[in-house]
Write a protein that binds this ligand. Structure first.
Ligand code: SF4
Ligand code: SF4
Length: 207
């Protein structure tokens, strides 16, 4: 190795160190590209699709959202509000835009683990109670916790309305059977008497 190569290697080494120092020093002047999460949060673009939310007090249980979902991850059970034993003060009444709630929504679950965030479920909602929220911090340790339950009805209340609806259904069926039996047993009206034959009038002879 000659003296020239020796000096050249030293200069190259010093140049590399200088380059590395420049890159390091740039970190003090450049705008940071990371966030100190969770103290800082990322600013999401408008209309970002994150977690679904159902403003349950305005849900009429029409199932339009579930029918639109391409992955079938919305599960809805409803019970037609029985006339007897209704709990209108709690779960029926009217929505914010004046629609009457005629069904008890005994179950409204969304499995966010299956959801593909397509947003197709929110468009057909007639009361606009199902929306995408910007909430993205939703990680959980147990996958079952990603099934969101929106119906506030307790197990006892669900049993109560199911029972009342069942009783009402049986009563309606019994009334229908009784009406059909009464109709069959009713005396039939007498058949009308045959009409007398009409004799054609004899034409008068020409004069
Ligand atoms: S965002 Fe798409 S996949 Fe998720 S629940 Fe709605 S329709 Fe289904
Ligand atoms: S479409 Fe809207 S109102 Fe109908 S069941 Fe779904 S969330 Fe409720």
């Amino acid at each position: 190795m000659g003296i020239t190569t020796y000096v050249s290697d030293i200069l190259e080494g010093l140049s590399s160190v200088w380059d590395a120092m420049v890159v390091g020093l740039q970190g003090y002047t450049d705008k940071p590209c990371t966030l100190e999460y969770p103290d800082e949060k990322v600013r999401l673009p408008a209309r970002s699709r994150m977690q679904l939310f159902n403003r349950f007090e305005d849900c009429i249980g029409c199932s339009m959202c579930a029918m639109a979902c391409p992955v079938d991850c919305i599960y809805i059970d409803t019970v037609k509000a029985p006339k007897a034993d209704a709990m209108p003060e709690k779960y029926l009444g009217k929505t914010k835009d004046g629609k009457e709630k005629k069904l008890y929504v005994t179950k409204f679950d969304i499995d966010m683990a299956k959801c593909c965030y397509c947003n197709l479920c929110t468009f057909p909602c007639p009361t606009e109670c199902l929306t995408m929220t910007p909430r993205f911090e939703a990680s959980v340790m147990n996958r079952n916790d990603l099934v969101y339950h929106f119906s506030p009805m307790t197990k006892d209340e669900v049993e109560r309305v199911n029972k009342a609806a069942e009783i009402e259904k049986h009563a309606a069926e019994a009334a229908k059977v009784a009406a059909a039996a009464a109709k069959a047993a009713a005396p039939k009206p007498a058949a009308p008497a045959p009409a007398a034959p009409v004799t054609p009038a004899t034409p008068e002879p020409p004069k």
